[in-house]
Design a protein around this ligand. Structure first.
Ligand code: ADP
Length: 543
C-alpha cells in the first residue's frame, strides 16, 4: 500500500517560492565588487531569479545544460543560484582562484554553455575565453554602462541589460527531483579536479538538515554572513537554507580581509558567520591589533580545515562568540558533522567540554559514518582512540564524479572520505589527518593537525603547517613550518620547548622552519604539496 500524501518533487524552486511568499522583506545585503553596499531582499531575489529563467529561455539551451558562474558572494550570485537551477539548468560554480589552465580545463570538461562573471574577473576571462569553445555566451555581472567597449570577448553582454529586458512572470517547471541542479569541482590537489553533481533532491534534503538546532541552527531571526565562497561547496548550504528559513543574508563580495569582514559584521548586525580558519585568523588579528569587540555576533561556523584550539578559545573566552566546528567535503554537499554537545555532556567540567567541542562533531541526521581498518576494511570501535579510514553514506553524498568511471568509487555503498579519524562512544568524530598528510614515524602515526594546533597556540605564531620529511631510520619525521605574527620575536628553540608536556616526546617536531607565508589553496586551505615543493632541498637536522 502506498501512502496517500502529495507526491511533490523536491525542487530548488520550492525554496525561492517559499522565501518570496513568506519572507519577502528579509534583507539581502551585498558589498559589491563595485565597492558600494547594495540592499535587496528575498522578494527582489525571487523576481530577478524569474527574469534570469526567462533570459536563459532565450539562449537556446537544453534541459540540464550547464551555466557557469565566476563570482564572489553577492545578491546577483544568489539570484543565479535559483534562476539557473530552478529553470532546469545546472549551476556550475567556478573557483576564480584556480590557475587559468585549470579553469579552462574545468569549463571544457563540464561543457559550460553560458558563463557569467564578476567584473573583477574580467582579466581572467580575457585570458581563458579563447580556450573555452563550449561557451556560447559571456555575461558580465554589471550595469550596461559599466561594460567596457573593447573587452576582447566576442558578444559580451551586461547582466543587468540581459535580465532587465525580461518579464518577471515565470512559472517554475516541475521535473524529476533527481535531476542535476548544480555542480562543483573538487580542488584537484591530487590529479585533475573532479566534478561533483548535486541533484534538486539532495540539495533540498541537505538544506533542511542544515537548519536544525544541532546542525547550523539557522532561523528567520538570524543575519548570516557566509564568508565561505558560493563557489566553495555551495557556501555550505547557506544560500539554500537561508531561503528555507527566511534569514537575512550579508555578502562580503571579494573583500575578505580582516577589517572588511569585521566592519560588515558590525554594520549589518550579523549574528552568525561562516568561514575557513584562515579567514578568521585574519579577522581576529585585525581585532586584536585594534582592540575591537563584537556587538551582535553570536556564533561562527568554522570548517574546511581543523579549527585550531587557540581560535576556539579566542572566540569563546575573549569575544563571547560560540563556535560551531563543522566537517564536510564538496562530495558531501558539504555537511557531514557539526560539533554540538549532547544533553548528557552538560555536566562535564569546562575543560572536558572544551575537549569535545574541538572535535569535528556528530553526524548530521542523513549522514551515516564509520571508521575502518585501511588494510582489511573491518569496522573499528568507537572508543575515541582507535583511528581508521573514515567512510560515509547518505542521500547528499556523491556516488560518482562527472564523466568518470565510478564503478569502484563506493565500497558496499560507502564513500571513502580520504580522512583518518577517531569516533568516541558519544559519536563525536575527530579528524586525525587527511590520509595523505598523516606522518608515519617508526611505524606509528603522527597527526599533523595535532602538531599544528600546539604550534598555533604559541602567542608569536600566526600560522603553522606540519609536514613529514624523509628520515632513513624513522621513515618520516615531522617539522613545523611557521609564519610569525607581525613584529613577534621567537626562536626555533622557543617553539620546540613549547611542545614539552603537550604531546608525547616522539611526536614533537624535529625542526622549525620560519617562512614569510604558507601557500594557500583556492579554498583558503594550507597547500602542503606546494609547501613540500618549496622545501624540497630541506634536510632534517643531523642528516
Ligand atoms: P578540497 O579542499 O579538496 O577542495 P573540500 O573543500 O571538499 O575539498 O575539503 C574536504 C576536506 O577538507 C575534508 O576531507 C577534510 O580533509 C578537510 N576538512 C573539512 N572540514 C574539516 C575540519 N573541520 N577539520 C579538519 N579537516 C576538515
Amino acid at each position: 500500500m502506498l501512502g496517500l500524501m502529495q507526491d511533490q518533487p523536491l525542487l530548488i524552486s520550492m525554496l525561492i517560492n517559499h522565501a518570496e511568499r513568506h519572507h519577502a522583506d528579509a534583507e539581502i545585503i551585498s558589498r559589491r565588487v563595485e565597492g558600494d553596499i547594495h540592499r535587496s531582499n528575498w522578494g527582489e531575489v525571487a523576481k530577478r531569479a524569474r527574469q534570469i529563467a526567462n533570459a536563459l529561455g532565450g539562449e537556446n539551451l537544453a534541459f540540464g545544460d550547464r551555466v557557469a558562474t565566476l563570482a564572489w558572494n553577492s545578491y546577483r550570485h544568489l539570484e543565479l543560484y535559483f534562476g539557473i537551477s530552478g529553470s532546469g539548468h545546472v549551476l556550475h560554480t567556478l573557483n576564480p582562484r584556480l590557475h587559468p589552465d585549470q579553469l579552462s580545463w574545468i569549463v571544457n570538461h563540464a561543457e559550460d554553455q553560458v558563463l557569467l562573471f564578476d567584473m573583477s574577473f574580467l582579466p581572467l576571462v580575457q585570458a581563458v575565453h579563447a580556450k573555452c569553445p563550449t561557451v556560447k555566451k559571456w555575461i558580465a555581472l554589471c550595469d550596461a554602462e559599466a561594460l567596457p567597449a573593447d573587452s576582447g570577448i566576442p558578444g559580451l553582454v551586461a547582466y543587468e541589460a540581459w535580465i532587465g529586458a525580461q518579464s518577471t512572470d515565470y512559472t517554475w517547471p516541475q521535473f524529476d527531483e533527481r535531476s542535476a541542479s548544480s555542480m562543483c569541482y573538487t580542488s584537484g590537489t591530487t590529479g585533475n579536479p573532479k566534478g561533483v553533481v548535486y541533484s534538486h533532491r539532495s540539495t533540498l534534503l541537505h538544506a533542511w538538515a542544515a537548519a536544525a538546532p544541532d546542525c547550523l541552527n539557522m532561523s528567520s531571526r538570524d543575519s548570516i554572513l557566509p564568508v565561505v565562497p558560493m563557489f566553495h561547496a555551495n557556501a555550505w548550504a547557506i544560500p539554500y537554507t537561508a531561503a528555507a528559513v527566511g534569514a537575512k543574508l550579508v555578502f562580503p563580495g571579494g573583500a575578505l580581509d580582516g577589517k572588511s569582514v569585521y566592519d560588515l559584521i558590525e554594520q549589518e548586525g550579523v549574528t552568525m558567520a561562516a568561514g575557513v580558519p584562515t579567514v578568521w585568523q585574519m579577522m581576529l588579528g585585525h581585532m586584536e591589533a585594534n582592540g575591537l569587540r563584537f556587538s551582535t555576533l553570536k556564533n561562527t561556523v568554522i570548517g574546511g580545515s581543523a579549527c585550531p584550539p587557540a581560535m576556539l578559545n579566542t572566540f569563546v573566552d575573549i569575544y563571547g562568540v560560540d563556535v560551531l566546528h563543522a566537517w564536510g567535503m564538496t562530495e558531501m554537499s558539504p555537511l557531514g558533522t557539526v560539533c554540538v554537545l549532547k544533553g548528557n555532556q552538560a555536566g562535564l567540567d569546562a575543560d572536558a567540554q572544551r575537549a569535545v567541542r574541538l572535535k569535528q562533531g556528530r553526524a548530521v541526521f542523513g549522514v551515516d559514518m564509520k571508521i575502518v581498518d585501511p588494510e582489511s576494511g573491518a569496522e573499528l570501535p568507537w572508543d575515541g582512540k582507535t583511528y581508521g579510514d573514515l567512510l560515509v553514506k547518505g542521500p547528499w553524498i556523491t556516488q560518482g564524479y562527472f564523466k568518470l568511471d565510478n564503478s569502484n568509487l563506493l565500497v558496499d555503498g560507502w564513500f571513502h572520505t580520504g580522512d583518518v579519524a577517531t569516533i568516541d562512544p558519544d559519536g563525536f568524530m575527530q579528524i586525525t589527518d587527511r590520509s595523505k598528510d598523516v606522518i608515519k614515524s617508526g611505524g606509528e602515526w603522527i597527526s599533523s593537525i595535532d602538531v599544528e594546533n600546539i604550534a598555533m597556540a604559541h602567542p608569536a605564531v600566526a600560522m603553522a603547517a606540519c609536514i613529514g620529511m624523509p628520515h632513513p631510520k624513522w621513515d618520516e619525521r615531522p617539522i613545523v613550518v611557521v609564519v610569525k605574527k607581525p613584529g613577534a620575536e621567537v626562536s626555533r628553540e622557543d617553539i620546540l620547548a613549547f611542545f614539552d608536556d603537550k604531546t608525547a616526546k616522539w611526536q614533537i617536531p624535529d625542526d622549525v622552519v620560519f617562512v614569510d607565508a604558507i601557500p594557500l589553496g583556492a579554498t583558503g586551505k594550507m597547500q602542503k604539496m606546494a609547501l613540500r615543493e618549496q622545501l624540497k632541498d630541506y634536510k632534517l637536522p643531523g642528516l
